[in-house]
Write a protein that binds this ligand. Structure first.
Ligand SMILES: *Cc1c(COP(=O)(O)O)cnc(C)c1O
Length: 308
């Protein structure tokens, strides 16, 4: 499956003579958005080939991966179990749009406190989960494994070789690794982490190491400074940027990943980080299901909302 590249037309891009295209992976599937579709593809095949009837995975309350896994499980007649971070959600998950959607698609939840959630890769913990739920195909948090990276290697197609710069959002970095692997060695692959890193250098080093496990080329690097305080953190400046980007280009962005990346790209264009004549392709990795949940949070804080 190939998604189309849409040119972004903004005065600042014309002024700096930089062309920017967005690969509309957000339009791949109505419910399994963007890179989650790519990351699930070979995992679903592996689960079916292994004879599993259950998928088990991990995520937070607004996780695109949780929503996507629930829907994909339903479509492929696999039972899905979500280990959800935050015990307190047990009382109120029905008011959370992501969890409600996942439940409507058959996902069974286990809510765990944050300190227990941290054991998500621990052998003993996984063994205990097997005793509780029976055998399952394990999708790691964020869906990042070899099969996921293999799927993300299919995002680019041969025509994309004409771009000098490729940009990807970064959570676990699985998507970035896939892009890097299928990019040309001379293309520059930039990753925009949506999680906090700067003030805690070790966290960023861990991310770099994780990506290196899957990325075979040296053509990529991480760009700091556009995480807006960390995962699912948002400011009024970012909300305004996402709203005006949509008004001016017609393209919706999500508040957790793609909004931060596009903010970063436009800021870098403004600061002359790209040579005149540069052609940039940024991957719109989806995530639009998260807008409703984010607006609930913004409303509670009496802050400006994202346009829908
Ligand atoms: C999950 C997600 C990402 C992060 O992908 P990784 O492969 O974990 O880095 C980026 N963008 C969107 C929209 C996502 O939902």
């Amino acid at each position: 499956m190939i998604s189309s590249n849409q040119q972004v037309l903004l005065p600042i891009l014309a002024q700096k003579n930089v062309s920017l295209y967005l690969k509309r992976e957000d339009l791949l599937h109505p419910f399994i958005s963007g890179n989650k579709y790519r990351k699930l593809k070979y995992n679903l095949l592996a689960a079916q080939e292994g004879g599993y009837d259950t998928l088990l995975t991990f995520g937070g309350a607004y996780s695109n991966h949780i929503a996507a896994t629930a829907f994909a499980g339903q479509e492929n007649r696999l039972r899905t179990i979500g280990i959800i971070r935050g015990e307190e959600l047990y009382q109120k998950w029905e008011t959370n749009p992501t969890l409600k959607f996942a439940h409507q698609n058959g996902m069974q939840f286990k809510f765990v406190p944050r300190d227990v959630y941290r054991n998500k890769t621990d052998r003993q913990f996984l063994k205990a989960l097997t005793s509780e739920f029976g055998s399952f195909y394990l999708l790691p948090e964020g869906g990042a494994n070899l099969e996921a990276v293999q799927g993300c290697e299919e995002i680019l197609n041969p025509e994309d070789a004409r771009f000098q710069v490729l940009c990807s959002c970064v959570g676990t970095g699985g998507t970035l690794a896939g892009i890097s692997n299928s990019a040309q060695a001379e293309q520059e692959v930039l990753g925009f982490p949506a999680l906090k890193g700067d003030s805690r250098l070790p966290a960023r080093q861990v991310l770099n190491q994780d990506i290196r496990k899957f990325a075979k080329k040296e053509n990529w690097k991480l760009i700091s400074g556009y995480d807006f305080g960390g995962y699912a953190k948002i400011t009024t400046e970012l909300v305004k940027f996402i709203n005006s980007f949509k008004a001016e280009t017609g393209i919706p962005l999500d508040p957790v990943y793609t909004g931060k990346m596009l903010f970063g790209i436009i800021d870098m264009v403004r600061k002359n980080r790209f040579q005149p004549g540069t052609a940039i392709l940024a991957i719109h990795s989806g995530g639009l299901q998260g807008i409703t949940g984010m607006n609930q949070k913004l409303k509670k804080k009496k802050l400006p909302l994202l346009d829908i």
